[in-house]
Design a protein around this ligand. Sequence first.
Ligand code: TXA
Ligand code: MG
Length: 317
Amino acid sequence: MIIAGQAVALPTETVYGLAADALNPKAVRSVFEIKQRPQHDPLIVHLARIEQVDDIAFAPPILKDLAAAFWPGPLTVVLKKKPIVPDIVTSGLSTVGIRIPAHPLFRKILKVVDRPLAVPSANPFGYVSPTQAEHVIDSFDENCPMVLDGGPTEHGIESTILSLADPETPVILRLGPLSATDLTTVLGTPPSIHSVVDNSRPLAPGCMKRHYSPKVSLKLHPDAASIQREIQTCRNHRHTGVLLLRRTLATESWPLEIKVSWLSETGSLQEAAHRLYDSLRKMDADPLLKVVHCETPANQGIGTAINDRLLRAASRD
Ligand code: TXA
Ligand code: MG
């Protein structure tokens, strides 16, 4: 199907993606159409092997070290592109995002089709990314492309994007499973973190303030105690949900109508990231819920990426 120019949804270790032949502009256009994605939002090209990078982009020497440390895995690098990459993939930019994924099923497909694949997350533009095959099916209804079911994805949030467009000044464009500290171990100095909170000038549209957004309204809290205080003053318990980082016994004394869930039994932030999007989708599917109070983690390691997604999901701008 992919070789014939069709898009196929498949699992990656981060989120489910919608894969098309990156060198076939018609196939790539269909991905934009299925997602209703604006043309100014470029796609990431996924490859099987690091040797293929030179076919499509100009790699600085540091890429070898980054690849040895993090590929295959949840790292996307932005490099100066070669002309072979169609403009529709990169939205006319002079750079291209590249990732070598780790998911065994995806790797098998990359090997069989033997060409670069353009793969955005398999969700309608702006909505929460899918971390299970059912999420993809739910999102697209009758327009759903073929979906390969590989079970729930490992990381649960999208790859970390590092721009090496200017290799002297690496910039993190999107936070993800690999933290700035992880990247610093290879880069030697900490990369800067691009944090745009201005929708009118997206450098990478994943950097738009409102993105990954459920329909239900989210209110963010620094800890469970702050949520407890909020609940004491609110009346509409039937319409209120709570999303905690870990299970706490304190919630057993809360009004029963409040729908409480937690992202991890133990408070593991890896597990919280893994379950975040599924939890947001479940809350969205509950017709009674109007507001969900979310506990946010400390800004450390993957906690920073979880906060980034929660902030965007909560934004109404
Ligand atoms: O984990 C992931 O990266 C997933 C899986 C499927 O691989 N893919 C993903 O793709 O999240 P997508 O299209 O949903 O998000 C890609 C982000 C967008 O925000 C886009 O703007 C940015 O990557 N991007 C792609 N190429 C870029 C470039 N040349 N310069 C700057 N940003 C770029
Ligand atoms: Mg996406």
